[in-house]
Design a protein around this ligand. Structure first.
Ligand code: ADE
Ligand code: ZN
Length: 319
């Protein structure tokens, strides 16, 4: 039996497996520049975050209808449930779809179709977190928040993703203030490739409650001290870090040192179709590579519920 856990860092578009990509391409008449799933899988060799993002955005072309988003989410929830996930907080990237003429309503309503039956069908409770693309303008982010207003009852919070370096959190100060005023929770990717200063900014300027990745926090002892003191959760994604060359090999991943420092670490899959594994696979990989004990694995699972945007009775149920 896999450990019950919550997944808090998962891009739904990053769960698009090659088989589903080709099936949707055929259904929607979209031509993919790969002969078959095998050739596509061969393209999953990344040198950094940007080289992954190029393929990630390219493949999204196959996602066009509510049914497509429904099938995408359903496939993820089925796999996640099999790996012990009881609660998932799911990122989506509306700007990447709006840019292709697919409206935010199509995305949210399509995902919602799968999410609405997820507890019953898969035993997984869900939340949606809408991400802004940080390599696009602050104005575009604000327009996206405006476009999401009819669907706010479906969204628990906002996040910030895409190419990090050169796009510091401060760029999105106003849109995060507006999101907070709407009662939305706030998270942001920070310290994946970007410096510890971006983590400080995400906390101080954007008011985030959770840091996505936060991998580079360990370079700044004062920051570590603050994250520990305030029990700010970090949503780490170990297999992603290896595939995107943020760490050379899993054996050198700082997770064990971060746990030892008292940081509230969680383990997640990020974009599992691209990075070689879902969240349970990430748990197993760090256990084996870092020699984590069962008690540390239990701590990681417990942390995931503590860090989730769950009400207290739901949180207890997951433990
Ligand atoms: N979008 C999807 N996956 C991402 C990641 N790991 N970092 C930034 N943006 C992303
Ligand atoms: Zn991510």
């Amino acid at each position: 039996m896999p450990l019950p856990k919550a997944e808090l860092h998962l891009h739904i578009e990053g769960t698009l497996e090659p088989e589903l990509a080709f099936a949707l391409a055929a259904r929607n008449g979209v031509e993919l520049p790969y002969a078959d799933t095998e050739e596509l899988r061969k393209a999953y060799q990344f040198s950094d975050l940007q080289s992954f993002l190029d393929l990630y955005y390219e493949l999204m072309a196959v996602l066009r209808t509510e049914q497509d988003f429904e099938e995408l989410a359903d496939a993820y929830l089925e796999r996640a449930a099999a790996q012990g996930v009881r609660h998932a907080e799911i990122f989506f990237d509306p700007q990447a779809h709006i840019a292709r003429g697919v409206g935010i309503g199509t995305v949210i309503q399509g995902l919602a179709r799968a999410l609405d039956r997820s507890e019953e069908q898969h035993g997984v409770s869900t939340q949606l977190i809408m991400c802004f693309l940080r390599d696009q303008s602050a104005e575009s982010a604000m327009e996206t928040l405006e476009a999401a207003k009819p669907y706010l009852d479906r969204i628990v919070g906002v996040g910030l993703d895409s190419a990090e370096v050169g796009h510091p959190p401060v760029k999105f100060r106003e849109v995060y203030e507006a999101a907070a005023a709407l009662g939305l929770r706030r998270v942001a990717h920070a310290g994946e490739e970007g410096p510890p200063a971006y983590i400080w900014e995400a906390l101080d300027v954007l008011g985030v409650e959770r840091v996505d990745h936060g991998l580079r926090a360990m370079e700044d002892p004062e920051l570590v001290e603050r994250l520990v003191r305030e029990r700010v959760p970090l949503t780490l994604c170990p297999l992603s870090n290896v595939r995107l060359r943020a760490v050379d090999v899993l054996e050198q991943h700082p997770l064990a040192r971060m746990l030892a420092a008292g940081l509230l670490c969680t383990v997640n899959s990020d974009d599992p179709a691209y990075f070689g594994g879902y969240v349970g696979d990430n748990f197993h990989a760090v256990r084996d590579a870092l020699g984590l004990e069962l008690e540390q694995m239990r701590t990681l699972a417990r942390n995931s519920f503590e860090a989730a945007f769950l009400e207290h009775d739901e949180e207890r149920r997951g433990r």
